[in-house]
Ligand binder design. Structure first.
Ligand code: GDP
Ligand code: MN
Length: 377
Protein backbone atom coordinates (compact mmCIF):
# COMPACT_ATOMS: atom_id res chain seq x y z
CA UNK A 1 0.00 0.00 0.00
CA UNK A 2 1.39 3.38 -0.99
CA UNK A 3 1.06 6.42 1.24
CA UNK A 4 0.55 9.97 0.06
CA UNK A 5 3.29 12.48 0.80
CA UNK A 6 1.27 14.10 3.60
CA UNK A 7 0.68 10.69 5.21
CA UNK A 8 4.33 9.67 4.92
CA UNK A 9 5.24 12.98 6.57
CA UNK A 10 2.88 12.10 9.44
CA UNK A 11 4.76 8.83 9.90
CA UNK A 12 8.06 10.75 9.84
CA UNK A 13 6.74 13.14 12.51
CA UNK A 14 5.60 10.19 14.63
CA UNK A 15 9.24 9.02 14.55
CA UNK A 16 10.37 12.41 15.86
CA UNK A 17 11.50 13.99 12.61
CA UNK A 18 10.94 17.72 12.21
CA UNK A 19 9.09 18.09 8.89
CA UNK A 20 7.72 21.36 7.49
CA UNK A 21 4.01 21.81 8.35
CA UNK A 22 1.32 21.33 5.76
CA UNK A 23 -2.41 20.85 5.28
CA UNK A 24 -4.47 19.05 2.68
CA UNK A 25 -7.05 20.78 0.48
CA UNK A 26 -9.62 19.31 -1.87
CA UNK A 27 -10.76 22.62 -3.37
CA UNK A 28 -9.03 25.81 -4.58
CA UNK A 29 -10.80 27.79 -1.84
CA UNK A 30 -9.46 25.52 0.88
CA UNK A 31 -5.96 25.81 -0.59
CA UNK A 32 -6.32 29.58 -0.58
CA UNK A 33 -7.36 29.60 3.10
CA UNK A 34 -4.44 27.39 4.13
CA UNK A 35 -1.98 29.55 2.17
CA UNK A 36 -3.41 32.70 3.77
CA UNK A 37 -2.94 31.14 7.20
CA UNK A 38 0.75 30.38 6.55
CA UNK A 39 1.37 33.70 4.77
CA UNK A 40 4.30 34.15 2.36
CA UNK A 41 5.27 31.73 -0.39
CA UNK A 42 3.76 28.24 -0.27
CA UNK A 43 4.07 25.11 -2.40
CA UNK A 44 0.94 23.45 -3.77
CA UNK A 45 1.61 19.74 -4.27
CA UNK A 46 -0.52 17.06 -5.96
CA UNK A 47 -1.16 14.10 -3.65
CA UNK A 48 -1.05 11.06 -5.92
CA UNK A 49 0.74 7.72 -5.63
CA UNK A 50 3.35 8.60 -8.19
CA UNK A 51 6.81 10.11 -8.32
CA UNK A 52 7.83 12.81 -10.77
CA UNK A 53 4.96 15.10 -9.82
CA UNK A 54 7.23 18.12 -10.21
CA UNK A 55 8.04 17.27 -13.84
CA UNK A 56 4.34 16.64 -14.56
CA UNK A 57 3.37 20.12 -13.30
CA UNK A 58 1.92 18.81 -10.04
CA UNK A 59 4.22 20.82 -7.71
CA UNK A 60 3.96 24.61 -7.93
CA UNK A 61 5.27 27.53 -5.89
CA UNK A 62 2.72 30.25 -5.09
CA UNK A 63 3.81 33.67 -3.83
CA UNK A 64 0.47 34.40 -2.12
CA UNK A 65 -2.94 32.94 -1.30
CA UNK A 66 -4.53 34.05 -4.58
CA UNK A 67 -1.83 32.27 -6.56
CA UNK A 68 -2.17 29.18 -4.35
CA UNK A 69 -5.88 29.12 -5.23
CA UNK A 70 -5.10 29.36 -8.95
CA UNK A 71 -2.45 26.60 -8.77
CA UNK A 72 -4.78 24.35 -6.78
CA UNK A 73 -7.45 24.87 -9.46
CA UNK A 74 -4.91 23.75 -12.10
CA UNK A 75 -3.59 20.79 -10.15
CA UNK A 76 -6.87 19.38 -8.77
CA UNK A 77 -8.34 17.11 -11.43
CA UNK A 78 -5.00 16.85 -13.21
CA UNK A 79 -3.96 13.46 -14.59
CA UNK A 80 -0.52 12.30 -13.46
CA UNK A 81 0.59 8.96 -14.90
CA UNK A 82 -3.01 7.79 -15.19
CA UNK A 83 -3.99 8.93 -11.67
CA UNK A 84 -6.44 11.79 -11.07
CA UNK A 85 -5.45 14.34 -8.45
CA UNK A 86 -8.19 14.88 -5.86
CA UNK A 87 -6.08 16.39 -3.05
CA UNK A 88 -3.28 18.91 -2.79
CA UNK A 89 -0.87 19.53 0.07
CA UNK A 90 -0.25 23.20 0.84
CA UNK A 91 3.01 23.78 2.68
CA UNK A 92 5.24 26.79 3.37
CA UNK A 93 7.98 27.03 0.74
CA UNK A 94 11.60 26.49 1.75
CA UNK A 95 14.68 28.19 0.33
CA UNK A 96 16.88 25.49 -1.13
CA UNK A 97 20.68 25.38 -1.29
CA UNK A 98 21.21 21.70 -2.14
CA UNK A 99 19.01 18.65 -2.80
CA UNK A 100 20.09 15.16 -1.72
CA UNK A 101 18.44 11.73 -1.84
CA UNK A 102 17.95 9.40 1.14
CA UNK A 103 15.99 6.16 0.84
CA UNK A 104 15.64 2.86 2.65
CA UNK A 105 14.04 -0.21 1.17
CA UNK A 106 13.97 -3.96 1.64
CA UNK A 107 16.70 -5.53 -0.47
CA UNK A 108 15.16 -8.88 -1.27
CA UNK A 109 18.47 -10.49 -2.21
CA UNK A 110 20.02 -9.49 1.12
CA UNK A 111 16.75 -9.98 3.02
CA UNK A 112 17.39 -6.78 4.94
CA UNK A 113 16.68 -3.05 4.87
CA UNK A 114 19.17 -1.21 2.69
CA UNK A 115 19.89 2.50 2.62
CA UNK A 116 20.64 4.33 -0.60
CA UNK A 117 21.93 7.89 -0.35
CA UNK A 118 23.21 10.38 -2.88
CA UNK A 119 24.14 14.05 -2.94
CA UNK A 120 22.61 14.12 -6.43
CA UNK A 121 19.03 14.39 -5.18
CA UNK A 122 15.87 15.95 -6.52
CA UNK A 123 16.11 13.87 -9.68
CA UNK A 124 15.34 10.29 -10.56
CA UNK A 125 17.60 8.12 -8.38
CA UNK A 126 17.35 5.18 -10.81
CA UNK A 127 18.94 7.42 -13.43
CA UNK A 128 21.79 8.38 -11.08
CA UNK A 129 22.32 4.69 -10.27
CA UNK A 130 22.70 3.93 -13.96
CA UNK A 131 24.74 6.87 -15.20
CA UNK A 132 26.77 7.82 -12.07
CA UNK A 133 26.88 4.83 -9.71
CA UNK A 134 29.83 6.44 -7.88
CA UNK A 135 27.47 9.15 -6.64
CA UNK A 136 25.53 6.60 -4.60
CA UNK A 137 26.38 5.06 -1.22
CA UNK A 138 24.57 1.96 0.02
CA UNK A 139 24.38 0.33 3.42
CA UNK A 140 22.57 -2.84 4.43
CA UNK A 141 21.24 -2.81 7.99
CA UNK A 142 21.26 -5.88 10.20
CA UNK A 143 17.65 -5.84 11.41
CA UNK A 144 18.67 -7.49 14.72
CA UNK A 145 20.55 -4.35 15.77
CA UNK A 146 18.84 -1.70 13.66
CA UNK A 147 20.68 1.26 12.20
CA UNK A 148 23.66 2.04 14.44
CA UNK A 149 24.69 5.68 15.03
CA UNK A 150 28.04 5.31 13.26
CA UNK A 151 26.27 3.86 10.21
CA UNK A 152 23.89 6.84 10.02
CA UNK A 153 26.96 9.09 10.33
CA UNK A 154 28.78 7.19 7.55
CA UNK A 155 25.78 7.72 5.24
CA UNK A 156 25.41 11.40 6.13
CA UNK A 157 29.15 11.91 5.68
CA UNK A 158 28.73 10.94 2.02
CA UNK A 159 26.22 13.76 1.51
CA UNK A 160 27.90 16.74 3.14
CA UNK A 161 31.33 18.07 4.11
CA UNK A 162 30.10 20.39 6.83
CA UNK A 163 30.09 18.82 10.32
CA UNK A 164 26.90 20.59 11.37
CA UNK A 165 24.99 19.39 8.29
CA UNK A 166 26.33 15.85 8.78
CA UNK A 167 25.08 15.87 12.37
CA UNK A 168 21.57 16.97 11.35
CA UNK A 169 21.43 14.51 8.46
CA UNK A 170 22.57 11.60 10.69
CA UNK A 171 19.67 12.32 13.01
CA UNK A 172 17.16 12.47 10.14
CA UNK A 173 18.52 9.21 8.67
CA UNK A 174 18.01 7.53 12.06
CA UNK A 175 14.46 8.89 12.27
CA UNK A 176 13.77 7.70 8.73
CA UNK A 177 14.83 4.20 9.76
CA UNK A 178 12.51 4.35 12.78
CA UNK A 179 9.59 5.53 10.62
CA UNK A 180 10.38 2.73 8.16
CA UNK A 181 10.38 -0.07 10.75
CA UNK A 182 7.52 1.24 12.89
CA UNK A 183 5.28 1.56 9.81
CA UNK A 184 6.00 -1.90 8.38
CA UNK A 185 7.29 -0.19 5.26
CA UNK A 186 8.96 -1.82 2.28
CA UNK A 187 10.26 1.58 1.13
CA UNK A 188 10.68 5.04 2.66
CA UNK A 189 12.26 7.87 0.78
CA UNK A 190 13.19 11.54 1.17
CA UNK A 191 13.81 13.21 -2.17
CA UNK A 192 14.89 15.89 -1.81
CA UNK A 193 16.55 16.18 1.56
CA UNK A 194 17.46 19.86 1.34
CA UNK A 195 19.91 22.20 2.97
CA UNK A 196 18.74 25.79 3.43
CA UNK A 197 20.82 28.95 3.19
CA UNK A 198 20.59 29.20 6.99
CA UNK A 199 22.27 25.80 7.36
CA UNK A 200 19.32 23.56 8.13
CA UNK A 201 18.75 20.04 6.78
CA UNK A 202 15.10 19.21 6.04
CA UNK A 203 12.93 16.60 4.36
CA UNK A 204 10.60 18.44 1.97
CA UNK A 205 9.25 15.39 0.15
CA UNK A 206 8.25 12.01 1.54
CA UNK A 207 7.34 8.73 -0.06
CA UNK A 208 6.46 5.46 1.61
CA UNK A 209 5.15 2.03 0.62
CA UNK A 210 3.78 -0.27 3.29
CA UNK A 211 4.06 -4.04 3.11
CA UNK A 212 0.42 -5.19 2.87
CA UNK A 213 1.20 -8.13 5.17
CA UNK A 214 2.12 -5.69 7.96
CA UNK A 215 -1.21 -3.85 7.89
CA UNK A 216 -3.21 -6.22 10.10
CA UNK A 217 -1.07 -5.38 13.12
CA UNK A 218 -0.78 -1.66 12.42
CA UNK A 219 -4.32 -0.24 12.33
CA UNK A 220 -2.96 3.32 12.61
CA UNK A 221 -1.20 2.78 9.27
CA UNK A 222 -3.92 0.63 7.67
CA UNK A 223 -6.48 3.43 8.14
CA UNK A 224 -4.36 5.59 5.84
CA UNK A 225 -5.46 3.59 2.82
CA UNK A 226 -6.98 5.85 0.19
CA UNK A 227 -8.78 3.47 -2.15
CA UNK A 228 -9.94 6.36 -4.34
CA UNK A 229 -6.30 7.04 -5.23
CA UNK A 230 -5.39 3.47 -6.11
CA UNK A 231 -5.77 1.99 -9.58
CA UNK A 232 -9.41 0.76 -9.64
CA UNK A 233 -8.29 -2.69 -10.82
CA UNK A 234 -6.16 -3.17 -7.71
CA UNK A 235 -8.95 -2.11 -5.36
CA UNK A 236 -11.35 -4.47 -7.13
CA UNK A 237 -8.82 -7.32 -6.91
CA UNK A 238 -8.19 -6.76 -3.22
CA UNK A 239 -11.91 -6.69 -2.45
CA UNK A 240 -12.45 -9.90 -4.41
CA UNK A 241 -9.59 -11.61 -2.56
CA UNK A 242 -7.37 -11.95 -5.63
CA UNK A 243 -3.62 -11.37 -5.77
CA UNK A 244 -3.18 -9.06 -8.73
CA UNK A 245 -0.27 -7.02 -10.03
CA UNK A 246 -0.69 -5.00 -13.20
CA UNK A 247 2.12 -5.21 -15.76
CA UNK A 248 2.56 -3.71 -19.22
CA UNK A 249 2.12 -6.62 -21.65
CA UNK A 250 -0.81 -7.76 -23.81
CA UNK A 251 -1.42 -11.31 -22.55
CA UNK A 252 -3.88 -11.28 -19.65
CA UNK A 253 -3.09 -14.17 -17.29
CA UNK A 254 -5.56 -15.84 -14.97
CA UNK A 255 -3.98 -18.70 -13.04
CA UNK A 256 -4.61 -20.72 -9.89
CA UNK A 257 -1.62 -20.73 -7.57
CA UNK A 258 1.15 -18.15 -7.32
CA UNK A 259 3.89 -20.56 -8.45
CA UNK A 260 1.96 -21.63 -11.53
CA UNK A 261 1.18 -17.97 -12.24
CA UNK A 262 4.89 -17.11 -12.18
CA UNK A 263 5.73 -20.10 -14.40
CA UNK A 264 2.98 -19.06 -16.82
CA UNK A 265 4.38 -15.54 -17.06
CA UNK A 266 7.86 -16.94 -17.75
CA UNK A 267 6.42 -19.09 -20.52
CA UNK A 268 4.62 -16.10 -22.05
CA UNK A 269 8.05 -14.42 -22.22
CA UNK A 270 9.59 -17.61 -23.63
CA UNK A 271 7.14 -17.60 -26.53
CA UNK A 272 7.90 -13.95 -27.29
CA UNK A 273 4.98 -12.28 -25.49
CA UNK A 274 4.63 -10.05 -22.44
CA UNK A 275 2.20 -10.75 -19.58
CA UNK A 276 -0.34 -8.01 -18.84
CA UNK A 277 -0.53 -8.98 -15.19
CA UNK A 278 0.14 -11.41 -12.41
CA UNK A 279 -3.11 -12.87 -11.12
CA UNK A 280 -3.65 -15.73 -8.72
CA UNK A 281 -7.30 -16.71 -8.34
CA UNK A 282 -6.36 -19.09 -5.54
CA UNK A 283 -7.85 -22.51 -5.07
CA UNK A 284 -11.34 -21.32 -5.78
CA UNK A 285 -13.72 -22.12 -8.61
CA UNK A 286 -16.24 -19.61 -7.28
CA UNK A 287 -17.83 -17.92 -10.34
CA UNK A 288 -17.79 -14.59 -8.49
CA UNK A 289 -14.03 -14.75 -8.20
CA UNK A 290 -13.61 -15.83 -11.81
CA UNK A 291 -15.94 -13.02 -12.92
CA UNK A 292 -13.98 -10.47 -10.90
CA UNK A 293 -10.73 -11.80 -12.39
CA UNK A 294 -12.09 -11.60 -15.95
CA UNK A 295 -13.42 -8.09 -15.43
CA UNK A 296 -10.16 -6.88 -13.96
CA UNK A 297 -8.08 -8.34 -16.79
CA UNK A 298 -10.49 -7.11 -19.48
CA UNK A 299 -10.53 -3.57 -18.05
CA UNK A 300 -6.86 -3.23 -19.00
CA UNK A 301 -6.83 -1.58 -22.46
CA UNK A 302 -3.47 -3.22 -23.30
CA UNK A 303 -4.88 -6.74 -23.07
CA UNK A 304 -5.22 -8.47 -26.45
CA UNK A 305 -5.77 -12.06 -25.33
CA UNK A 306 -6.76 -13.76 -22.09
CA UNK A 307 -5.12 -16.91 -20.93
CA UNK A 308 -6.45 -19.22 -18.23
CA UNK A 309 -4.03 -21.74 -16.81
CA UNK A 310 -5.74 -23.97 -14.28
CA UNK A 311 -4.35 -27.01 -12.55
CA UNK A 312 -7.11 -28.84 -10.76
CA UNK A 313 -5.91 -30.46 -7.54
CA UNK A 314 -8.41 -30.07 -4.74
CA UNK A 315 -10.10 -27.64 -7.11
CA UNK A 316 -12.15 -29.60 -9.65
CA UNK A 317 -11.83 -28.75 -13.34
CA UNK A 318 -15.58 -29.02 -13.96
CA UNK A 319 -16.22 -26.45 -11.20
CA UNK A 320 -13.69 -24.08 -12.74
CA UNK A 321 -15.13 -24.63 -16.23
CA UNK A 322 -18.61 -23.79 -14.95
CA UNK A 323 -17.18 -20.72 -13.25
CA UNK A 324 -15.57 -19.51 -16.48
CA UNK A 325 -18.73 -20.13 -18.54
CA UNK A 326 -20.85 -18.31 -15.96
CA UNK A 327 -18.35 -15.45 -15.70
CA UNK A 328 -18.32 -14.91 -19.45
CA UNK A 329 -22.12 -14.71 -19.48
CA UNK A 330 -21.93 -11.91 -16.93
CA UNK A 331 -19.15 -9.88 -18.53
CA UNK A 332 -18.73 -8.41 -21.96
CA UNK A 333 -15.25 -9.48 -23.07
CA UNK A 334 -13.82 -8.45 -26.45
CA UNK A 335 -10.49 -10.28 -26.27
CA UNK A 336 -10.21 -13.96 -27.24
CA UNK A 337 -9.99 -16.35 -24.29
CA UNK A 338 -7.88 -19.50 -24.36
CA UNK A 339 -7.89 -22.02 -21.55
CA UNK A 340 -5.65 -24.76 -20.31
CA UNK A 341 -7.34 -27.01 -17.85
CA UNK A 342 -5.83 -30.15 -16.39
CA UNK A 343 -6.11 -32.31 -13.29
CA UNK A 344 -9.09 -33.51 -11.29
CA UNK A 345 -12.21 -34.02 -13.47
CA UNK A 346 -10.33 -32.72 -16.48
CA UNK A 347 -12.44 -34.54 -19.06
CA UNK A 348 -15.67 -33.13 -17.66
CA UNK A 349 -14.23 -29.63 -17.53
CA UNK A 350 -13.00 -29.67 -21.11
CA UNK A 351 -16.40 -30.90 -22.30
CA UNK A 352 -18.15 -28.02 -20.55
CA UNK A 353 -15.75 -25.51 -22.09
CA UNK A 354 -15.95 -26.92 -25.60
CA UNK A 355 -19.76 -26.98 -25.45
CA UNK A 356 -19.63 -23.30 -24.51
CA UNK A 357 -17.40 -22.55 -27.50
CA UNK A 358 -14.07 -21.99 -25.74
CA UNK A 359 -10.66 -23.04 -27.07
CA UNK A 360 -9.45 -25.51 -24.46
CA UNK A 361 -5.99 -27.07 -24.22
CA UNK A 362 -4.34 -29.55 -21.90
CA UNK A 363 -0.69 -28.46 -22.06
CA UNK A 364 0.80 -25.19 -20.93
CA UNK A 365 3.00 -24.86 -24.01
CA UNK A 366 0.07 -25.08 -26.42
CA UNK A 367 -2.11 -22.58 -24.63
CA UNK A 368 0.63 -20.04 -23.99
CA UNK A 369 1.81 -20.20 -27.60
CA UNK A 370 -1.77 -19.64 -28.76
CA UNK A 371 -2.35 -16.74 -26.33
CA UNK A 372 0.87 -15.04 -27.47
CA UNK A 373 -0.10 -15.55 -31.13
CA UNK A 374 -3.56 -14.02 -30.54
CA UNK A 375 -2.07 -11.09 -28.66
CA UNK A 376 0.19 -10.19 -31.56
CA UNK A 377 -2.58 -10.39 -34.21
P1 GDP B 1 8.22 15.04 -6.89
O1 GDP B 1 8.52 15.69 -8.20
O2 GDP B 1 6.97 14.23 -6.97
O3 GDP B 1 9.35 14.25 -6.36
O4 GDP B 1 7.92 16.23 -5.82
P2 GDP B 1 8.91 17.05 -4.85
O5 GDP B 1 8.22 17.35 -3.61
O6 GDP B 1 10.21 16.35 -4.71
O7 GDP B 1 9.12 18.42 -5.62
C1 GDP B 1 9.81 18.49 -6.85
C2 GDP B 1 10.79 19.64 -6.87
O8 GDP B 1 10.10 20.86 -6.61
C3 GDP B 1 11.85 19.55 -5.79
O9 GDP B 1 12.94 18.74 -6.15
C4 GDP B 1 12.22 21.00 -5.61
O10 GDP B 1 13.20 21.37 -6.56
C5 GDP B 1 10.94 21.75 -5.93
N1 GDP B 1 10.32 22.13 -4.64
C6 GDP B 1 9.48 21.41 -3.86
N2 GDP B 1 9.19 22.06 -2.72
C7 GDP B 1 9.88 23.22 -2.77
C8 GDP B 1 10.02 24.34 -1.87
O11 GDP B 1 9.47 24.39 -0.75
N3 GDP B 1 10.81 25.37 -2.28
C9 GDP B 1 11.46 25.36 -3.48
N4 GDP B 1 12.21 26.40 -3.79
N5 GDP B 1 11.35 24.34 -4.33
C10 GDP B 1 10.58 23.29 -4.00
MN1 MN C 1 10.47 14.24 -4.74
Amino acid sequence: MDLHEYQAKERFRAAGMVVPPGEVATSPEEAEAIAAKYGGTVVVKAQVHSGGRGKAGGVKLAKDAAEAKAHAADILGMDIKGLTVSKVLVTPAEDIDTEAYVGVLIDRAKQAPTFVVSAAGGVDIEEVAETNPDEIRKLTVDPRYGLLPHQAFWLANFLYDDAELIKQASKIIGQLYDAFTSSGASMAEINPLITTPSGEVKAIDAKMSIDDSELFRRPEVAQMRDASSEPPAETRAREAGLSYVKLDGAVGCCVNGAGLAMATMDLVNYYGGEPANFLDIGGSSNPDKVTAALEIIASDPNVKSILFNIFGGITRCDDVANGIVEARKRTDIQSPIVIRLTGTNERLGLEILENAGFSAFTTMDEVVEEAVRLASC
